[in-house]
Ligand binder design. Structure first.
Ligand code: 5AD
Ligand code: SF4
Length: 440
């Protein structure tokens, strides 16, 4: 039996998809190269913006065609879009055999066995931490480690709390055990994952309560693990103890992804982010003071309801002031059931939204290109990941700052090597492995 899995959305979904693949392979399934060759067509969906829905629905249309030609094919839809649709999936898309939410991944095997049972909407988190399931890792020396599920924030634009439920932290001992097993298995870099990683632990019973900073220190001192990252923290929960842990634990990498969402305090208030532009910038200054040569990335939204030219100018100036190494930029998309969609008018005309996103992308490129120049001419430690995606005669790796480097060299994947950085674009670096003559 062959399966084909398409994953949409965030790292949380990438992580779940690795587990789905591992689970299916443990059941004897093999991965099909193309969807047409699969007996099981599986989607792990996202619903964060309307564009995520549209992209998935286009793919689902293809599955419908394949199923029409071969009715024995099983079509399964998991993840956030499935959760948001609940039982409607089956009435709207009758060719879908299985649907399940993000909390029900562990039951995938059972669901496949009992096709066509309606499993969405249960929010049963038993076994929701897919860390206990086998994984098929896309990067063999890197692993995602889920530390919490769900989110207690009330950001007015965001659909995640309604599809992923309330925040639940995973027991710290379980997390440390998983990372120890990963290290034994050859993993050298882990990324701790949660919707809001730095509120980790607050819901744990008093006797077992571990803070995010303590967890970072614990994971960071596991032998064999060379690099530790995490995503995403919420600025409101970013405390001094986390910065101190990053400074004092050599394996914790010099990178913070700190979603700002907007540079306008007025918009931030309407987004219910609970910090102002000034507080965000103060936090950033403390991070930069504490962690030398840290790279900082962010998420930004344009076209939020009521965003004026002045508000948008504040976002542009935040980009320049914060000097981001990179940013994910999004056009606001009204999501059903969220406060912003229900109570605020989606009043920014599409043409103005496009104009703003273009100006924002340009501003981000300008700062990230100029920031990247600081690496050029120096030697940096790179964790080798494999062949370069654009030129297989070269290698691909990552700096501690999470920036991708394509370089000439002969180092093996999963090892650390020194690379002289010779050039920089806004998103990647180019270099040559120290001591190895250039081949390209
Ligand atoms: N519209 C546009 N962007 C959104 N994000 C979350 N919800 C929305 C929405 N309704 C963005 C935020 C978040 C990232 C994962 O997606 O920037 O940090
Ligand atoms: Fe991830 Fe949110 Fe998309 Fe779900 S809806 S896959 S949590 S980005």
């Amino acid at each position: 039996m062959n399966y084909h899995l398409t994953s949409f959305g965030c790292q949380m979904n990438d992580h779940d998809s690795e587990r789905m693949k591992g689970l299916l392979e443990s059941l004897g399934y093999r991965e099909a190269a193309v969807r047409d060759e699969a007996d099981l067509i599986l989607f792990n969906t996202c619903t964060i913006r309307g564009s995520a829905d549209d992209r998935f629905l286009g793919n689902l249309g293809e599955a419908r065609r394949i199923k029409r030609e071969n009715p024995d094919v099983v079509v399964a839809v998991g993840g956030c879009w499935a959760q948001s649709q609940k039982a409607q999936v089956f009435s709207q898309f009758p060719f879908v055999d299985i649907a399940f939410g993000p909390g029900e991944l562990a039951r995938l095997g059972e669901l496949i066995a009992r096709e066509r049972i309606e499993a969405v909407g249960a929010f049963s988190f038993d076994g929701a931490f897919s860390g206990t399931l086998p994984a098929k890792r896309e990067r063999p020396h890197h692993a995602w480690v889920q530390i919490s599920v769900g989110c207690n924030c009330v950001c007015s634009y965001c659909i995640v709390p309604s599809v992923r439920g309330k925040e639940r932290s995973r027991d710290a001992r379980q997390i440390l055990d998983e990372v120890e097993r990963l290290a034994t298995d050859g993993v050298r870099e882990v990324t701790l994952l949660g919707q809001n990683v730095n509120s980790y632990g607050r819901d744990l019973p008093k006797d077992d309560r571990v803070s995010f900073a303590e967890l970072l220190r614990g994971v960071g001192s596991i032998p064999g693990i060379w690099r530790v990252r995490y995503t995403s923290p919420h600025p409101k929960d970013m405390r001094e103890d986390v910065i101190a842990a990053m400074v004092e634990t050599p394996t914790l990498c010099e990178h913070v992804h700190l979603p700002a969402q907007s540079g306008s305090t007025r918009v931030l208030r309407r987004m219910r982010r609970t910090y102002s532009r000034e507080r965000y910038l103060e936090l950033l200054a403390r991070i930069r003071d504490g962690i030398p040569d840290v790279s900082v990335t962010t998420d930004l939204i344009v076209g939020f309801p009521g965003e004026t030219d002045e508000d948008f100018a504040d976002t542009l100036s935040l980009v320049r002031e914060a000097e981001y190494d990179g940013a994910f930029t999004f056009v606001y998309s009204a999501r059903p059931g969220t406060e912003a969609a229900e109570a605020m008018d989606d009043d920014i005309p599409p043409a103005l939204k496009s104009e703003r996103i273009q100006a924002l992308v340009d501003a981000v490129h300008a700062t990230s290109r100029s920031r990247a120049q600081r690496f050029v001419g120096a030697d940096h430690e790179v964790l080798v990941e494999g062949p370069s995606r654009t030129d297989p005669t070269r290698l691909r790796g990552r700096l501690r700052q999470n920036i991708t480097v394509n370089f000439s060299g002969d180092a093996a994947p999963g090892t650390l090597t020194m690379v002289t950085i010779t050039g920089a674009s806004s998103t990647t670096l180019a270099g040559e492995q120290v001591g190895v003559p250039a081949t390209a």
